[in-house]
Design a protein around this ligand. Sequence first.
Ligand SMILES: *[C@@H]1O[C@H](CO)[C@@H](O)[C@H](O)[C@H]1NC(C)=O
Length: 440
Amino acid sequence: RAMLLWSVWSVVLLLTLVDAAEEDDDVRAGCSTAVNDLVYIVDGSWSVGFSDFDTAKQWLINITSQFDISSHYTQVAVIQYSDTPRLEISLGKHQGGADLIQAIRSITYLGGNTQTGRAIKFAVDHVFPSSQRVSRVKNRIAVVVTDGKSQDDVVDASMEARAQGITVFAVGVGSEITTSELLSIANKPSSTYVLYAEDYTTIDRIRDSMEQKLCEESVCPTRIPVASRDEKGFELMVGMNIQMKAKKIPGSLVSEKAYALSAYVDITEKTRDIFPEGLPPSYVFVATLRLQGFSSKLTFDLWRVLSKDKETQAAVTLCGKDKTVTFTTTSITETAQRIIFQTGFQVCTLYDGKWHQLKLLVRPSQVTSFLDDQLIQEINLEATEPIFINGETQVAKRIGDDTTVPVDLQKLRLYCDPHQSERETACEIYSVVRSSLSPA
Ligand SMILES: *[C@@H]1O[C@H](CO)[C@@H](O)[C@H](O)[C@H]1NC(C)=O
């Protein structure tokens, strides 16, 4: 009996070890390491023309470059269509970006009519199901690039795609496109899933936005309901169990509720549970908070992501003594880069014992800070790296240890869409509401 127990125990132990080893393998996570099956469905009808078709191929190559192409991460398939769809590259055929780019480059132009519905159906029925990792893949995404009106119906095929959990982006190029058709092809909301380019020569202009959207789709699965719309992002008040662990208190307005973190509350979660796919390249960090008493004089991380070795991967640090706000992120050359916001009067207000909204708009090459809707400063960033997700994510912690700093929190969120920065106004802050009501 003892022997049997022992062997069961060692098997369990062994499995745990294997698990742990696997977990440590790919600990950095971000857009590039997202597990996507991505299918491009490209219009190759006569109206496109040889040279624009080449441009379309180059554009696909460009938007693919942000992903790590491999059987672990993103796999790409390409369908060219006119009257009938032609499978140019099957899912997972190319392991490695260089091979894939070469293969996309050598696709030859088809010519013919435009049967977009048929091509989408082909992707749904044959290409996505051919994936060798149907159970492991996290996101199934189709990008339909078209320059004209389809000669067949697109509605049924697109509905089928959604029924199968495939996210469809529609990219319309040129003036011949039919908006209603793009709307039926793409997921909702159309502001997210439909993109337009004037013509192929200007398609490069929507590259950043396509990349950001593909990335959001890959790393931001959670949705936060905001004013009847669903915004992609991370609701940390819920995810970090703040609402469960901290004491409920009245918020900045009668209509708002907030939570008081005392020194005895520990807000710590595994990063893997909060940001399983890492952070997107752009995001908006929003915190509505109140610092009272001693806390307004301390230096602490309002929010931080630490690696297993306690190295900061991302953090927003408040320093009441210096009256500054510091943003920390990764760097490809140093262990971290620290951006200090300290524009006098404005940042000072944060430490005056009242409710305030702090907002940081993080983009790949700069970070911009706002306090109660007022711009504080915009500062450039060096290139960053994906974050380590094998450590912990914490809220309101002293620098260098695990002590909680008492703080009142009403909102703590990360939005993935950088445009949410313009929409997320500080209307829950009394002084902001008041000044918008008073005749300025
Ligand atoms: C692709 O990227 C290159 C390098 O950034 C750029 O010069 C080119 O215009 C892009 N082409 C398209 C079609 O997006």
